[in-house]
Design a protein around this ligand. Structure first.
Ligand code: 3PG
Ligand code: MG
Length: 398
């Protein structure tokens, strides 16, 4: 795989370089104009600064959220352009379309050392289309803007999308520093994790994590399960879970995973059960055998945190993906905080995998330097650990 440094070595002054970034940042739930965590923007800065300082004409593209192939003001990248400009210390030019007249004019007017951000890639059906020809046509339009392509969107390398998979087939292509660093860390964790190896999984759905659980079970000493997904496991163990998140069609699968795991899957022993999904809902810590029928579990309880922290404390390698509870609401943040703090204390190597868990770390104000690596990719890091071929990486390799 060629790297950004190779491109810089060739000289990029006056050259148009298309950079695929993952600027899919979360916004404040109560004020949707405020970026609640700009970690993904910061993560790609070194690449943009290096290109800008080398005199390139930098054209940045990204997705934001999941609009349905047409413009949707809810998902505009305009606030991201502004934040990116603040972080770069120079205004970023923003094109109000992705490959239309606004983008094309902005590309033509771009000067050496200037940075342009195109509007959301997913405002175009060609970005995510399953039809190779439709994706290819869109990729052709993007590629026509530039002479070189740099992929630094680690969070999107698991997507077979035009900007990730088809553009590199059309331009000389290079991996950015973020992609290289992420791959190096994940390779280390996948190929030779120092034992004991503990994986902590949270988030809402078992179905999303099934493949990674199956891939990791033979390799881990302990798999700690919290978040919304723990309730389907608890149900499979025979507990009543009230109104908690439940994937009924996954109960049998969870039961079979538990029996295969031979004690290595560790579930919460208590949860915070709330009357509704709200910061001001009535809530109590209850034993998992006593979840009231009219309540839903929104966090793991303190005894579970202690149990998980003990397993984490003895680990030499920890991989964590997915919050333990609804950390965005203060009464349900203690589980995620407790687990995160336990991970920062280990005498070993820890990886925080994912957009959501990384955002949780920063939102909760936990010292980022306590982790070995904080990945910008959730789905991407999980699919890497599953051993899947990631379309964006194979496109850079060929
Ligand atoms: C993410 O947030 O996981 C990445 O930006 C990829 O987004 P996606 O899951 O909508 O493809
Ligand atoms: Mg995602």
């Amino acid at each position: 795989m060629k790297a950004l440094d190779d491109l810089l070595g060739e000289g990029v002054s006056g050259r148009r370089v298309l950079v695929r970034a993952d600027l899919n940042v979360p916004f404040d739930k109560s004020d949707p104009t405020i970026i609640s965590d700009d970690g993904r923007i910061r993560a790609v800065l070194p690449t943009l600064v290096a290109l800008r300082d080398a005199g390139a004409r930098v054209i940045v593209c990204s997705h934001l959220g999941r609009p349905k192939g047409a413009p949707d003001p809810k998902y505009t990248l305009a606030p991201v352009a502004e934040r990116l400009g603040e972080l770069l210390g120079n205004p970023v030019i923003f094109a109000s379309d992705t490959v239309g007249p606004a983008a094309s004019d902005a590309v033509d007017a771009l000067l050496d050392g200037q940075v342009l951000l195109l509007e959301n890639l997913r405002f175009n059906e060609g970005e995510t289309s399953k039809d190779d020809a439709v994706r290819g046509a869109f990729a052709g339009q993007l590629a026509a803007f530039a002479e070189y392509y740099v992929d630094d969107a680690f969070g999107a390398v698991h997507r077979k999308h035009a900007s990730v998979y088809d553009v590199p087939a059309r331009l000389p292509h290079y991996a950015g520093g973020l992609v290289l660093r992420e791959v190096e860390v994940l390779r280390r964790v996948t190929e030779s994790p120092e034992q004991p190896y503990v994986v902590v999984l949270g988030g809402s759905k078992v179905s999303d994590k099934l493949a990674v659980i199956q891939a990791l079970l033979p390799k881990v000493d302990k798999l700690l399960v919290g978040g919304g997904m723990c309730f389907t496991f608890l149900k499979a163990q025979g507990h009543e879970v009230g109104k908690s998140l439940l994937e009924s069609e996954m109960i049998d699968t969870c039961a079979s995973l538990l029996s295969q795991a031979d004690g290595r899957i560790v579930l919460p022993v208590d949860v915070v059960a709330a009357s509704s999904f709200a910061a001001d809902a009535a809530h109590d810590v209850v034993d998992i055998s006593e979840i009231p029928a009219d309540r839903l579990g929104l966090d793991i309880g303190p005894e579970s945190v202690a149990l998980f922290a003990e397993a984490i404390g003895s680990a030499k390698t920890v991989f964590w993906n997915g919050p333990m509870g609804v950390f965005e609401l203060a009464p349900f943040a203690a589980g995620t905080r407790g687990v995160a703090e336990a991970i920062t204390k280990i005498d070993g190597f820890s990886v925080v995998g994912g957009g959501d868990s990384a955002a949780a770390v920063r939102t909760l104000g936990i010292d980022e330097s306590g982790f070995g690596h904080i990945s910008t990719g959730g789905g991407a890091s999980l699919e890497y650990l599953e051993g899947k071929t990631l379309p964006g990486l194979s496109a850079l390799e060929s």
